[in-house]
Design a protein around this ligand. Structure first.
Ligand code: F6P
Length: 342
């Protein structure tokens, strides 16, 4: 059995831990061979691969990024994309493919396996934690830890200068990073994509916080939108899946707060710092278990499935279940944390 492995979409702490677990168990227990496809779907699309064996995965468990490289290549938008993938898999003698990715990468995986019969097993990854069918994706815990540490640090500057500090975190469609790090970091306002915000209300919270002699911290997801108006963007360019590149709402909001309250307001955009560097212990644990269960699914010939965390168990679900609908923050949860606003 020869198994192809690829990592697609934005990089994410824990990708290397998944790759290592797949290869270690595949070689040691099942005597499988592996081929590493480079840069997400670009690898099988263009036939670009690398050696993937036990020496290649040595020492990578704590390393961020991915040794396979990643990209947002969308084979469904390329001429004969699916046929080219099939040809390249056959040329490499690949019997099964493990795709590690988020909504977009796994959307392609679902089409390949369900409509074209390509034997694919999927592993969910995204720092945004917005994939359905799994309680958590790896990478999220690391991102929340980084954002929480940043918020802790912003508190001391906000208090020393009695200014508003806006912290923009990642989260395209879902405010999981904002709500977890905002709650853990004691933010005074948390704004998420699921709930359009009212700038006057934000200013009222900011003012009441100053009245209590404390400086406010506002955590805002990059995908959050004001009640009146559109998404605030710095750059309108699109990626290969047609997503606009986010960021800009933090800067815009700080200017609005300053204009409306007369208080100095500054912004910190955490950006790719949230995705970079070494994974947390939880993410290494989850990513490793996902890898072990993914290669087990290949061994069982259980294709078209994604490994998922349910409670403390790893289960298998149809890939399409994870991509059909995004997992967003429930309004009840958002209202629950509202007691700390202002
Ligand atoms: O994939 C998740 C994500 O982290 C989003 O929150 C963010 O909008 C996007 O990646 C940014 O991706 P890129 O670095 O490719 O622009």
């Amino acid at each position: 059995m020869r198994v192809g492995v690829l990592t697609g979409g934005g990089d994410c702490p824990g990708l290397n831990a998944v790759i290592r677990a797949i290869v270690r168990k595949g070689v040691q227990e099942y005597d499988y061979d592996f081929v590493g496809f480079r840069d997400g779907w670009r690898g099988p699309l263009e036939g670009v691969s690398m050696r993937l064996d036990i020496p290649a995965v040595r020492g990578i468990l704590p390393r961020g990024g991915t040794i396979l490289g990643s990209s947002r290549t969308n084979p469904l938008k390329q001429e004969n994309g699916i046929a080219r993938i099939r040809e390249n898999l056959a040329a490499q003698g690949v019997d099964a493919l493990i795709a590690i990715g988020g909504e977009d990468t796994l959307g392609v995986a679902a089409r390949l396996t369900d409509e074209h019969g390509v034997p694919v097993v999927a592993v969910p990854k995204t720092i945004d934690n917005d994939l359905s069918a799994t309680d958590y994706t790896f990478g999220f815990d690391t991102a929340v830890g980084i954002a929480t540490e940043a918020i802790d640090r912003l508190h001391t500057t906000a208090e020393s200068h009695m200014r508003v500090l806006v912290c923009e975190v990642m989260g395209r469609h879902a405010g999981w990073i904002a709500i977890h790090s905002g709650l853990a970091g004691g933010a005074n306002v948390i704004l998420i994509p699921e709930h359009r915000f009212d700038v006057d209300q934000v200013c009222a919270w900011v003012t009441s916080r100053f009245k209590a002699s404390y400086a406010p911290i506002v955590v805002v997801s990059e995908g959050a939108m004001p009640k009146d108006g559109d998404m605030v963007l710095k750059d309108e360019s699109l990626d290969a899946f047609g997503h606009v590149r986010l960021s800009g709402v933090g800067e815009w909001l700080a200017k609005e707060i300053e204009k409306r309250t007369g208080k100095e307001a500054r912004t910190t955009v955490l950006g790719h710092i949230q995705r970079g560097g070494t994974p947390s212990a939880f993410d290494r644990w989850l990513a490793t278990r996902f890898g072990l269960h993914a290669i087990e699914a290949v061994r069982d010939g259980d294709f078209g499935k994604m490994v998922a965390l349910r409670g403390t168990d790893i289960v298998r679900v149809p890939i399409a279940d994870a991509t059909a609908r995004l997992k967003t923050v429930d309004m009840k949860l958002y209202e629950e944390v509202g007691v700390f606003f202002g």
